[in-house]
Design a protein around this ligand. Structure first.
Ligand code: WQD
Length: 351
């Protein structure tokens, strides 16, 4: 059971809080009045993000933010954080997340993503903190039998080790809560997070060649890439290209704040889909981004990418009815904010 607490009296540990979704969630938490502790080893994030967060939230809220550069797998470092700070809730983002890379490096993905979760849970338990939100993914639904996807839709086989780690961590948390009913667990299944904070100060900054569609499109728009490579146009969709439920990262961050309020004083395991309920194709995205940046973006049709599903999009009724949360932004908003970030930060957080 998570102790019922006021926001002003609640400290939230955010693992991976310097990352794309993590940083946007930290902004929302601070703006909502929470005290926030970020643990991030910066293996896939820049420390500059923290200064940008300070700029966005202002001096008063920045006083409620502290940062520890550490790997969640480093038990001693994690114990030091829990010794220093009275952690009441945990939001767990830290993990490797590149689908293609996970196929090449399964050992690293299982060791890091499962290992850091088990270390985190053990240290939480040692310190009497049993309240966690996990960054899960629609990828646990695999190739859907029916759409839209509800939280009762079948969890099917993942199509890559990254997806399996999300699948397995959900199982770990479910078993932990079954063994000890004091645990309070929320599994948030994200669809496809894109966009950026409207200030343009924080956004998605993938290392190397972007695996995901929108950061790649954004780099074409800013002139870093020649053309978008469309992975297949022979799917059974309205225009033959893959369909996904793209959700603004600021909406996603708000979903975490809503989940914290919802779980306050509860126990057990609860699952929520965080999407918009609207599916958009690859060509829809290219068209929307072209409108946002004011130029026609070139693309070439390539063969399908292994492991891709034809389509997925969410039924978000449960999050709306139980948490009072629903996405506010549409695809045009997402592309506008993504372009604003990319055009002001053509090299991401690098100078
Ligand atoms: C979207 C669509 C591609 C790139 C994965 C994870 C999910 C989440 C987001 C990690 C598909 C097509 C893509 C490109 C393309 N987690 N595409 N050209 O695979 O739906 O989801 O990333 O952050 O958990 O499963 O996202 O953006 O890679 O692909 O045509 O250069 O765009 O075929 O239809 P995906 P994606």
């Amino acid at each position: 059971m998570s102790e019922k607490k006021t926001i002003a009296d609640t400290t939230v540990l955010v693992t991976g809080g310097a990352g794309f979704i993590g940083s946007h969630t930290v902004v929302k938490l601070l703006e909502s009045g929470y005290t926030v502790v970020v643990v991030d080893d910066l293996s896939n994030a820049s420390e500059k993000v923290l200064d940008r967060i300070d700029q966005i939230v202002g001096d008063e809220a920045s006083e409620r933010l502290s940062f520890y550069r550490a790997d969640v797998n480093d038990r001693a470092a994690l114990e030091a954080v829990f010794d220093d700070c009275q952690i009441d809730r945990v939001i767990h983002f830290a993990g490797f997340k590149a689908v293609g890379e996970s196929v090449q490096k399964p050992i690293e993905y299982y060791a890091n993503n499962l290992g850091n979760t088990l270390t985190l849970l053990d240290v939480m338990r040692e310190h009497g903190c049993k309240s966690i939100i996990f960054s899960s993914s629609a990828t646990v639904y695999g190739d859907p039998d029916a759409l839209p996807l509800t939280e009762q839709s079948t969890k099917k086989n993942a199509t890559n080790p990254y997806g399996w780690t999300k699948w397995m961590i959900e199982q770990i948390l479910t078993d932990v809560a079954k063994a000890d009913p004091e645990w309070d667990v929320v599994l948030l299944r994200y669809f496809n997070p894109i966009g950026a904070h409207p200030s343009g100060l924080i956004g998605e900054d993938p290392k190397g060649i972007p695996n995901n569609l929108v950061p790649y499109v954004a780099q074409v728009a800013v002139g870093k890439r020649d053309a978008v490579h469309v992975f297949g146009n022979d799917y059974d969709t309205h225009d033959g290209t893959g369909v996904r439920d793209y959700i603004h990262v600021v909406d996603l961050a708000a979903g975490h704040v809503a989940a914290l309020a919802w779980m306050n004083g509860r126990s057990g395991v609860e699952i929520f889909n965080l999407g918009t309920g609207t599916g958009s194709s690859v060509l829809d995205v290219i068209k929307a981004f072209s409108a946002a940046c004011g130029k026609e973006l070139p693309y070439v049709i390539e063969p399908r990418r292994a492991g891709d599903v034809t389509a997925n999009y969410a039924d978000c009724t449960k999050a709306r009815e139980e948490m009072g949360w629903e996405a506010q932004y549409d695809l045009a908003d997402m592309c506008r904010d993504s372009w604003n970030w990319q055009s002001h930060n053509p090299n991401g957080y690098e100078d």
